[in-house]
Each structure stands twice: as C-alpha cells, then as structure tokens.
Design a protein around this ligand. Structure first.
Ligand SMILES: Nc1ncnc2c1ncn2[C@@H]1O[C@H](COP(=O)(O)OP(=O)(O)OP(=O)(O)O)[C@@H](O)[C@H]1O
Ligand SMILES: [Mg+2]
Length: 419
C-alpha cells in the first residue's frame, strides 16, 4: 500500500476569501483516502503565470480555474494541459470561450426552455477594418428597430450578447429609450429581449458538478443584500425544476461550475431562464455571505472527488442525446427530467454521493468548526478590505461574519443534502 498525492491547482485572479477557506479546510480535513489499494492525499497550490514550454508536462490532476474567461495565457496553458496531459479543469475552456449568452440561449431554446423571446441586432458602430465598408454596402440591410421592438412587445431589455456584470444592460419601456440605448450601445452587439414582467421571484441556482443550491436574488437592493437570506421560498416542484434546469444547462455546455438565473412571471407562475452563461460565478463572501460555506464545501467535495478518482475530463461536448429528447413529443417537463438524467449520469452522481458519504463524512463537522475560527474570519476581513473603503471594513466584516454565524446556527450547517 503506497501513499499517493494528487495535486489540485487554483488558477486565480482577484479571488481572496474562498481560496483561503478552501485551503484552510483542505488542511484540516487531513485526507488519507483508501483508494484502489493505496491511500490518497491532496496537495493544493496556486497556479503561477510564467512562460511555458508547450512540451512541458502538467503537475496538476485538477485545476479550479477563475481566469480563463478573460486571461488568455492561462486559457491557453489550460487547453494545452487538457490536450497533452489529460488535466481535469473546471470549467471547460472551449465551452467558456465559445458559449456566450447568445449561444446558450439558442441551444436552450432548441431544448424547449422558456427563454424569453430574443433578437440579435447588428452593432451601431464598428472598428474601421479595411473590408468593412464594402461588406456593409453590399449586405447590411437598413432595418427598423422600433418595429423589431414592437414585434417583441415592451418592456424589453437590451444587453450585450456576451455580457456580464450588468455592463451595457438597460430596461426599455418605450421607443425613445429604445433609440437612446441603441445609440449608446456603440460597438457592442446587442440582444433585445422581452422582459419577464412583472416577475415575483428571481432565483440564482448555483451548480457545482452534480451539486445545486438555490438562492432568492433581489436585484433592487445594494450588492451585499442581493443574495437574500430566505430559505424554503419555493414549492418542491419549483425547487426540482430549477435544479434540473441548471443540471441540464451545465452538463450540456460542459460547465462544472455555473450560476443560472431565472425569473418567475407573476400571475402565471412560469419560470424563465434569462442568464445562464456565467463561466466564473460569484464566489465571494461579500455577496454570498451565509451561502458562502455551502460553496466552499461544494468546491471541496467535487474537486476532491475528481482528483482522487481521476475522473476523466470530457473534452468534447456530445449534444445529440439532448437533441434526441428535444425531438420527441413529450411535454417539456418530462423532457427536462430526461435531460437532467443525462446530466446526472455525466456528473456521475451516484458514485459521487457514495464517495462523499464514505470518504468525506467529516467535512460537515470540520467546516462547521472552521467557519467559527479566527482564520475564517480573517479570510472574510481580507475580502472586505479588498473591496470596501477603510471606514467600512470593520462594520462589513462584522455583517458578513454574522451571516456566516447565522448559517452555523442552521440545520443546513449540520449536514443535509449533498446533491
Ligand atoms: N428578460 C428579462 N426580464 C426581466 N429582467 C431582466 C431580463 N433580462 C435582464 N433582466 C434584468 O437585468 C439584470 C442583468 O441582466 P443579465 O443578468 O442578463 O446581465 P448580466 O450582465 O449577465 O448581469 P450579471 O452579471 O449580474 O448576471 C438581471 O439581473 C435582471 O434584473
Ligand atoms: Mg445576470
């Protein structure tokens, strides 16, 4: 019986709090997992940015990546390591690169998801490239924007086809605002999307491998209160629907970590996904507060499972099984369960749950203790200090810390569902 060590790399940018807690908890777990005749431990370190030889090997088994969506050197290093060394990475860099909001809307519409009616508009302005004038002269049709808006029906949202962080998002109630928003959109390629209006509930479903977690979101309040502290705000049917929707989206696009936003149309009760291409979802205690420990635990469980079992990384996306279901006459709700069952199989849900129960049974207790320590509080403080002005560091550290303690007092902290 030999002792093996699997290496997990954290590929990070501005993240502060979750890596500190992830590393702190990994330490305290002191893993020595009996696996196929050996014991397996985990070593974690942070991926550095430096020149690399394309033929050099990769020393990691798993990388949790938070840079690929904007930092191209890391993206290319990761792609190389997948192709040449079978690295397991969250998230799939090709899927992140090519599946912006637009692609994800199109694919999910084909699966029958009630994404609001959406049009894509040619941009208002262009980079002056040599072939541009002749291309536009020959092929760009003059179009009547208000008539597109009329077809969709006000109110509308105009937003970049690949956006994030509310950049360039505007609500449009009339023709005047429509023209103004389009004028202001500049070189962005914009979607015009029918508003889910009025909506009476807004939920973000965070997916991490086969694990899902639902938070009611309030876009009207300051950032630190947007993830609300409500629990049990959905019927069991709604709860399952939103989880199955997230599992479907994530396995379809090869995303292990994503956050799916859906709105419930008031009076009708139908749920409409509006934004579900979030390759690098918010992981900060300063937004997630009482939900933060769940995320850190979910990251630990899934990355440890992938590393110890040497879970093969799915390098290509196989969509046909989803499309085969989409093509049947089954009602949408049945199709969604069938999609989610593909997702459950692809995420190895049964083996994962068994692995967690057998080898990570102490995680809940270790995490409960850890999130009461000065070490955890310092991680919260460091994140707050990175975001808030000096005079607000103390009060906001106390606020987020008190919400983490609120979680420690809840039943969820004692254990509960893994998936
Ligand atoms: N179709 C819609 N109906 C109603 N509200 C919408 C719709 N689309 C967008 N919104 C509102 O605009 C906000 C931002 O839109 P969206 O999430 O698509 O953009 P984003 O730039 O990805 O933002 P984030 O980074 O917060 O996810 C949403 O949180 C929601 O409040
Ligand atoms: Mg959004």
């Amino acid at each position: 019986m030999a002792h093996q060590v699997r290496k997990i790399g954290l590929s990070l940018g501005a993240d502060v709090c979750w890596p500190l807690c992830y590393e702190g908890l990994m330490d305290k777990l002191a893993l020595s997992i009996p696996w196929q005749g050996d014991t397996v431990g985990i070593a974690v370190d942070r991926v550095t940015i430096e020149p690399f030889d394309l033929r050099q090997g990769c020393r990691y088994d798993v990388v949790l990546d938070r840079l690929t969506h904007w930092y191209h050197l890391s993206r290319e290093w990761i792609k190389k390591a997948i192709l040449m060394d079978d690295l397991y990475v969250l998230n799939n860099p090709w899927a992140v690169q090519s599946m912006e909001k637009h692609t994800s809307y199109a694919a999910m519409m084909r699966l029958g998801m009630p994404v609001p009616e959406t049009w894509l508009l040619p941009p208002k302005q262009y980079e002056p490239l040599p072939d541009l004038p002749i291309t536009l002269k020959r092929y760009a049709k003059l179009f009547d924007l208000p008539s597109v808006a009329k077809k969709l029906g006000y109110p509308l949202f105009m937003k970049p086809y690949d956006g994030g962080g509310w950049k360039g998002v505007s609500r449009i109630d009339d023709e005047q605002r429509l023209k103004k928003s389009y004028e202001e959109s500049g070189k962005f390629v914009m979607h015009l999307q029918k508003a889910v209006d009025p909506f009476d509930s807004f939920v973000r479903c965070i997916g991490f491998g086969p694990q899902t977690y639902l938070v009611r979101y309030d876009p009207e309040v300051p950032l630190h209160d947007r993830y609300t502290m409500d629990r049990n705000f959905l019927t069991p049917e709604e709860d399952l629907l939103l989880r199955e929707q997230t599992l479907t989206i994530n396995s379809f696009f090869g995303w292990d970590f994503n956050s799916c936003e859906s709105l419930r149309l008031a009076g009708v009760g139908s749920w409409h996904p509006i934004d579900f291409a979030n390759a690098c979802p918010d992981s900060q205690v300063t937004s997630l507060h009482m939900h933060f420990p769940w995320l850190v635990k979910a990251k630990l469980r899934w990355s440890i499972f992938c590393a110890v079992t040497k879970r093969p990384f799915r390098k290509t996306l196989d969509w046909q099984p989803f499309f085969d279901i989409a093509a049947t006459d089954a009602p949408y709700r049945e199709k969604l369960t069938a999609y989610a069952n593909i997702a459950r199989a692809r995420f190895d849900v049964d083996r994962f749950v068994e692995f967690c129960e057998t080898h990570l049974g102490h995680l809940d207790e270790v995490a409960w203790e850890f999130f009461g320590t000065a070490q955890a509080k310092d991680a919260v403080r460091q994140k707050v200090a990175a975001l808030y002005p000096a005079h607000e560091i103390e009060p906001f550290t106390e606020l987020f810390w008190s919400r983490v303690q609120h979680w420690r007092g809840s039943d969820e902290a004692k254990g509960g569902r893994i998936v």
